[in-house]
Design a protein around this ligand. Structure first.
Ligand code: DNO
Length: 353
């Protein structure tokens, strides 16, 4: 495989998310961002709960390697609701999950980002909020969310793997509303107690993504929102292969999350890093901003990653839409490329100091 020459001295392994051959941002363009070495992607055509075929993963890897990049991270293999809800059939889905982990390991893909958020993955109320400079960004406003009409239409957002009809959604929400946070936590631990030994055996690092936003929505529990949640989870399944994705934007949506403290506390269990900033406008309101603006002080975050020797691939997370780009909300090329350069520059400067 032809590996691209590095242009910075920083040890940060810079990656970018790519949504496969349907992504309007091509691998050919991603490789032109000088600091990017690796790709973060997934299979988007496997039904939730089924085994990811090794041949399909290999096909994906071949496309990535043909551009001189490496397939570093799988984000995400979705977790079937039977596992999150703790239903009797969960063991079958857990076995399938373990098989997918083995398949990625056989190809040398060593990091798996996943989440355990009930029903919804990330949630926003506006995908194109205008910012003062004429760009647009993703935002979340609790009051708008509370007005959300569940019966209105088919519910889904770009980036979600599943789209629900109102009836399906109501049914799922009711099942989750019957769970306590402790029940959900126990279901996560049950899952990890089965998957972590396999991950250890084959050399895959598991990296759970925090809740986004990091608080309960629709009255259903969320269990990976704060440093205390992370501490509880890592202690419950202490194997180092059970780790987290440090997402500065998700944790950073809460003023009571101290980002540099989270990095210092869990540095050896951070297996993947998402870097983006948010501007908090109220306790439950925020919008996304450029990587060097807002309430996430990126210099401090990168300094903490460097100082604590966090050894994990990094990706610039959501970008704004700038320069007239259209496409998948949060995942255009231009602003993520600016972010990648800014992050690598920070790291480079900090390491040389
Ligand atoms: C949003 C992403 C999330 C993330 C999942 C990981 O842009 O950060 O969708 O991929 O939560 O499972």
């Amino acid at each position: 495989m032809a590996v691209l020459a590095r242009s910075v001295g920083c040890d940060m392994r810079m990656t970018m998310r790519w949504y496969g051959t349907d992504d309007p941002v091509s691998l050919e363009y991603i490789r032109q961002v000088p600091v990017v070495q690796g790709i973060v992607t997934a299979l988007y055509d496997v039904p939730v709960g089924e085994v990811w075929p090794q041949a399909s993963l290999r096909g994906l890897q071949t496309l990535v390697e043909a551009e001189g990049l490496a397939l570093d991270v799988i984000e995400s293999i979705p977790i079937h609701d039977a596992i999150k809800l703790g239903l009797p059939e969960r063991d079958r889905y857990i076995d399938a999950y373990c098989q997918s982990v083995r398949h990625m390991a056989a190809l040398g893909i060593g990091v798996l980002c996943y989440n355990f958020m009930p029903v919804f993955d990330w949630m926003r109320t506006d995908l194109a909020m205008p910012l003062a400079d004429g760009s647009t960004a993703l935002s979340f406003h609790q009051a708008d969310f509370d007005r959300f009409d569940l019966d209105g239409e088919t519910i889904g957002l770009p980036g979600w793997s599943v789209v629900y009809t109102p009836a399906e959604l109501r049914d799922l929400l009711e099942q989750y509303q019957a769970l306590s946070a402790d029940d959900l936590f126990a279901n996560l631990v049950y899952f990890l107690e089965a998957v972590t030994p396999v991950a250890r055996e084959v050399g895959v690092k598991l990296a759970i993504h925090p809740d986004d936003p990091p608080w309960s929505i629709f009255g259903i529990p969320r269990i990976v929102s704060t440093a205390a949640d992370v501490a509880r989870l890592l202690a419950a399944v202490p194997d180092a292969h059970n780790g987290i994705t440090f997402c500065s934007g998700s944790f950073g949506a809460r003023a009571d999350n101290d980002l540099t403290d989270i990095i210092a506390q869990f540095s050896d269990r951070i297996h993947f890093v998402h870097l983006r900033s948010v501007k908090r406008t109220d306790e439950r309101d925020f919008h996304e901003v450029a990587h060097n603006h807002g309430d996430v002080i990126m210099r401090d975050v990168v300094a903490a990653l460097v100082a604590n020797q966090v050894d994990a691939p990094v990706r610039p997370d959501h970008g704004r839409m700038i320069w007239g780009e259209t496409g998948r909300a949060g995942y255009g090329l231009y602003d993520r490329a600016l972010g990648a350069m800014y992050l690598a520059g920070l790291c480079d400067a900090l390491q040389r100091k």
